[in-house]
Write a protein that binds this ligand. Sequence first.
Ligand SMILES: Nc1ncnc2c1ncn2[C@@H]1O[C@H](COP(=O)(O)OP(=O)(O)OP(=O)(O)O)[C@@H](O)[C@H]1O
Length: 633
Amino acid sequence: MPLLRAPASRRPKLPPTLHGILALVRLLPHVDRAKAAFGLLGVLAAAVLPVAGAVVSGLLVGSIGATLRAGLDSPQGRHTLVLLAAAGALVLVQQTLTPVLAALGETLGREVDAELQQRVMAAVGRPEGTAHFTDERVLDALRVVRGLGMTETDRPSQAVAALATVLPAWLRAVAAALVLLAFHWWIGLLWLATWPVVVHFMQREYFRVGQAGGARSGALRRAEYLRDLVLERPAAKEVRIWGLLDWLLERFTAAWREATEPVWRERRPRARVVLGSTGAVVAVNLASYGTLAWAAVHHDVGLGTVAVFTQALALANTYTAFDDNNAYLSFAGASVPRVLSLDATLAAERPPGPRTEHLPPELPAHAIAFEGVRFRYPGTAREALRGVDLRIAAGRSLAVVGDNGAGKSSLVKLLCGLHAPTAGTVRIDGHDLTAIDPAAWRERIGVLFQDFARYHLTAAENIAMGAPRHAGDRDRLREAARRAGALPLIEGLPHGWDTVLSPEYTGGTDLSGGQWQRIALARALFAVDAGARVLILDEPTAALDVRAEAEIYERFLELTEGLTTILISHRFSTVRRAERIVVLEGGAVVEDGRHEELMERGGRYAAMFGLQAARFTGGTPAAGRAAAEAGHA
Ligand SMILES: Nc1ncnc2c1ncn2[C@@H]1O[C@H](COP(=O)(O)OP(=O)(O)OP(=O)(O)O)[C@@H](O)[C@H]1O
């Protein structure tokens, strides 16, 4: 079942661009109520003032003849002066209003961009699990959201700025058409009818063009990935060592072409729509101006009337459907509802039902139990876990070992509630984990993932992430760092705890793999200090030097005292310290016992242990096993 589907109630029933524009307009009071209200007044004024100006200046032209005959002191003369003053005032207000409205549109636009990004962050960060990060459809939608279209001009801020121009133009054209009704009802009606139709067809066309970019976002994502391998640091070393630049350039160019060429072909409005729309506009103009000229030539109307209607026709023509502003609106029509619906779409994936939020402080006091747990990653056919039955006693340490791909990390992800089992149940003291509020449960967990995050933040923040509510507690931070063996490292940094752990910032620095691992371990221990009762360590010593690893495993009992500890490791010297060990194979538990019991059994565990010990003793696995048992491994 696709993760991403539009909730039924949100499906647009209006024409898509109108739906997008309304979504955008509804957003404005949320970002700034006062500016939105002022903008609305400004739009109305910008619509009405030019039409009023056209009427006043027409009347002015019409009154000049009588004034010339009667003189300025006459009632006609005073009437002309009033009209002149009114025309001047209207021009002045319009001149002031135009730049103010444009600036307001841009400011509101920038705020809308920020608001949308915040909404996307909240929507994407809120789901309890991480499955949506591997769903192609979500990734494609996120790509559109990140770029909000393919170019800078597709950003919603442009559409908000466009609204400040287009909305007055539309309203002005309606007002101008109403004035034209006074000339000939059919001319007014013609204008009232033609423009909405033309705008509708052109907007539909621009919308199709805007969507063309989104439809190819999967292909674009691949091209961008290849590009970023060269532009970003993680692959920079290998790109140089393997001489990948030309290969990547070639692959990128091909992928970029494949992704963008069909898009650019589609990103042109079709000629028949443009020609049809332009033809309709030209025909209406010919009919209107022709009729007016005929009336003027045959003295059916006076000079003032001709002036008013000529200007009304000019204003009606500013109701343009063909400029960039209309394109921005249509592009936003394609992207904004998609952004806004992301939260509702992802929220629909949250499991229903009430969740227990208040957990007993001692939880887990009895056991964590995997009962017949099966698990398949979304979109995959193979099961990562195939019926795991495992009871982990609270307050004890359990090591999980097994070959690569055996399912060890998957087990941990399920325990953290990042994925739900596809069958079976994970229970904490008898409570089904899916019925426990994930935030409450996660406060009980300190975890060091195999692929832990390296935050480009200060050393203090990197550790405080384990329990952000205690971020200001430097003593606690120091204690966690000490226990993880990271304290001397941090104190030796150029700015100590305040050093940013990234060379991409001034005064920042990078760490070695092992140093990073100590920081990540400190983070997990900080969570424990803050109240976590389950400590999960997935390959905690993989990058540590021999001395550091020895230090950690010497202190393993101290570090894990009173905690329910789950340790995943390929380092058997650490594993043997655990009170209980299980061997996973092909997603199922195949051995279970203490180190001595498993060695005695001579099964998978003993074989793996012997193989590793032999590497150190330089002998056969059997000899390695014997030597290790004697205390050398
Ligand atoms: N995000 C994912 N999407 C799809 N399949 C995955 C994902 N993560 C892991 N797998 C698959 O699930 C299976 C179990 O992987 P898991 O990471 O749990 O193994 P592991 O025992 O921790 O391995 P290792 O010792 O290499 O860390 C593997 O076949 C792997 O390919």
